[in-house]
Design a protein around this ligand. Structure first.
Ligand code: ZN
Length: 83
């Protein structure tokens, strides 16, 4: 991860833990060159999210919205597990 302050590519992760909603990872980083500290977020990117964008919906990445555009697929999964 490039340092946003000095552009150095040799930044180090100081801390890594899940964000409040447990759908992303928050990493605290520090740049050894300039001493700058910054935080990055790592988030799951599923193919379904791209489908959501195509339909023009701006729903957030909740579990319910993942099942929205492809509800038939989610239904298949449920019926398979219950059978
Ligand atoms: Zn730096």
């Amino acid at each position: 991860m490039r340092c946003p302050f000095c552009g150095s590519e040799d930044t180090q992760v100081k801390d890594s833990r899940p964000a409040e909603d447990n759908t992303s990872i928050r990493r605290r980083r520090i740049c050894p060159d300039c001493g700058g500290r910054f935080t990055t977020f790592e988030r799951v990117q599923l193919r379904e999210l791209m489908v959501v964008k195509k339909t023009g919906r701006k729903s957030s990445s909740t579990a319910t919205s993942w099942c929205g555009p492809s509800r038939s697929r989610c239904g298949n999964v449920l019926s398979t597990t219950s059978a």
